[in-house]
Design a protein around this ligand. Structure first.
Ligand code: DON
Length: 571
């Protein structure tokens, strides 16, 4: 019996409807006066307010980051650190305001007498805190690139803290989820669990102590935090709970301008975070391996692309084992992005069969294979102004609410970034990452990161993006770029698409539930891959600029956060 043409049409429609090709996506926000993408509506609005006042992308980025300290205290921070990649005209810069290890930290800080890791020591409480880089880092970003006066850029955040903001559902849920750990610290319990409970979503939260800090910061710059009474209060709070962070550490901290990782991929120029982050090197080396393997010519949602991208990341992440603070790393962009090395790496990929991570060098010692935990907390923002200047800025406390200690006199949480060191080399950290000696704890060292703030451009067009999600940040950032560059996705659709992840160890492909069809999963398993489903892989926010001044802003639907915003002309 032959099927009617109408019947065929319906079947084709149904197939299209069910295929990822038909994935619906909301449009990105579009305007002409600049754009901001961040985790929180009130923070995005702070950035837009600054753009409307005539501020540039750097002013907007700092205003957004400071507003996140107020409305997203679980990740936005003055008690943590971050990285920013900036493109102003033809000038491309990279600001490293990553935390450093306190002067008293050493290789054995997180080990017991028998050399075993002390459970939780690098995660909970101020012993886990690195020296915050954000107070000086954000100030420095503005000093070099900002246009408005410093107090004007701080003002939206100060106002939010003083006048209050509506507690988001995400903040509420974060507090509830972490209540046990947070309430171990009376300072934290008093501020964030008044009457013993987390404030309900929508309730007005004022943070007068943070408003005061921001007021002083607006007047005096970072010294309002890194010296004097606040620095003493931070040291005292840390010491009370077994930490080693001192006021002297705070005063000695300095952000560093570095050269970003630069590479060309698929017709785009790219700048991303170099050491102390592995992010840009991972994005660059995986992109180069995929190019060599003609990845873009493979069918979009088939097993071959998933296989090759997993193999590319397996190799890129193996080299992460050699990375660490720029002064301690055993290899960096020069070695790992060299054509000869990328050729060699690509040549070892079997187009049909999974390699075993244990055969992918470096393999310096037997390592424990751990699970990748759900991502905890970090926050990314991207800004662009009407002139096409862009900032990609990722900032982190590492875990949700950092080390869980809130310093009342300062009005912010301290990070637990020390866990990003190989606190026990060869053992997996919070993100299941197995790291090498280059990243072992040492006074003054910067711990290795995966943050990947990235700017990419070609004639007449540029994007800024990055994300939260630990080791999944570089793999998500690259997939968004590939969707956008190669497969014709608009900015928002490029963020929405489901993703996969591989990080060398554990030797598994992690896939969002809708990233692979059952047939594709079966085929990957037949090739020797182990496939594990995960809820979501990182959250990426992005902005785009086009010749003529059109801008777009798009945010990741994962995780319930994200607010895009643009400045539209007022008619
Ligand atoms: O710097 C890093 O790589 C980590 N501290 C980032 C942590 C993170 O992204 C957690 N996010 N959700």
């Amino acid at each position: 019996m032959s099927m009617s043409r109408a019947g065929c049409f319906v079947i084709v429609l149904v197939l299209l409807w069910c295929s990822p090709l038909a994935a619906a996506s909301r449009p990105p926000a579009e305007g002409t006066g600049g754009a901001v993408a961040s985790d929180e509506r009130l923070a995005t609005e702070a950035g837009l307010e600054i753009l409307r006042q005539g501020g540039n992308a750097a002013d907007a980025a700092v205003a957004t980051a400071l507003a996140l300290v107020v409305v997203e205290p679980e990740a936005g921070n003055l008690g943590g650190g971050g990285l920013a990649v900036i493109k102003f005209g033809d000038e491309v810069t990279y600001l490293d305001f990553r935390e450093t290890a306190p002067a008293a930290a050493h290789r054995e800080t997180y080990l017991d007498k028998s050399g075993e890791p002390v459970p939780g020591a690098s995660i909970i409480g101020p012993l886990a805190a690195g020296v915050p880089g954000s107070p000086t880092g954000l100030f420095e970003l503005h000093r070099r690139h900002g246009k408005l006066m410093w107090p004007a850029v701080v003002e939206p955040a100060r106002r939010l803290a003083a006048e209050g903001f509506a507690v988001s559902r995400r903040l509420h849920h974060g507090l509830v989820a972490k209540k046990d750990v947070l309430t171990r610290f009376p300072e934290t319990a008093e501020r964030w669990f008044p009457g013993g409970e987390a404030p309900v979503p929508g309730s007005l939260m004022r943070l007068p102590e943070l408003a005061k800090t921001l007021e002083d910061y607006a007047q005096r710059g970072p010294e309002a935090i890194t010296t004097g009474e606040r620095a003493q209060a931070i040291e005292a709070a840390s010491t009370r709970h077994g930490g080693i962070l001192t006021a002297a550490d705070l005063a000695a901290y300095a952000p560093v301008w570095r050269e970003p990782v630069r590479f060309e991929a698929f017709g785009w120029q790219v700048a991303s975070a170099d050491l102390p982050s592995s992010g840009g090197i991972l994005v660059g080396s995986a992109a180069a391996i995929l190019d060599r393997l003609s990845w873009s010519e493979e069918p979009r949602f088939g097993a071959q692309r998933a296989h090759l991208i997993a193999e590319a990341w397996r190799r890129a992440f193996a080299d992460r084992f050699l990375m660490g603070d720029p002064d301690a790393a055993k290899a960096g962009a020069t070695e790992l992005l060299a054509s000869s090395w990328l050729d060699q790496r690509s040549a070892t990929v079997d187009p049909m069969k999974a390699s075993s991570s244990s055969n992918v060098e470096p393999w310096e010692k037997a390592v424990t294979i751990g699970d990748v935990n759900e991502p905890t907390d970090t926050t990314h923002l991207s800004t662009v102004d009407a002139e096409g200047n862009l900032v990609a800025l990722t900032t982190t406390l590492n875990g949700l609410f950092g080390c869980a200690l809130y310093v009342p006199e300062a009005g912010f949480f301290l990070n637990n970034e020390m866990d990003d060191f190989a606190t026990a080399p060869g053992r997996p950290n919070l993100y299941g990452l197995v790291q090498g000696e280059a990243n072992e704890v040492g006074a003054g060292k910067r711990m290795l990161s995966s943050m990947s703030p990235t700017v990419a451009w070609r004639e007449g067009e540029a994007v800024a993006l990055g994300g939260r999600g630990g080791s999944r940040i570089p793999t998500s950032t690259l997939q968004v770029l590939l969707n956008f560059w190669l497969d014709g996705d608009g900015l928002q659709a490029a963020l929405d698409r489901p993703r996969v992840h591989h990080q060398w160890l554990p030797d598994q492909i992690f896939a969002e539930g809708d990233a692979l069809s059952p047939e594709t999963k079966t085929e990957l398993e037949a090739r020797g891959h182990q496939v594990t489903w995960v809820g979501s892989l990182a959250q990426v926010h992005a902005v785009r600029w086009m010749a003529g001044g059109q801008v777009e802003s798009a945010v990741d639907p994962r995780g319930g956060g994200g607010a895009s915003g643009v400045v539209r002309p007022l008619y």
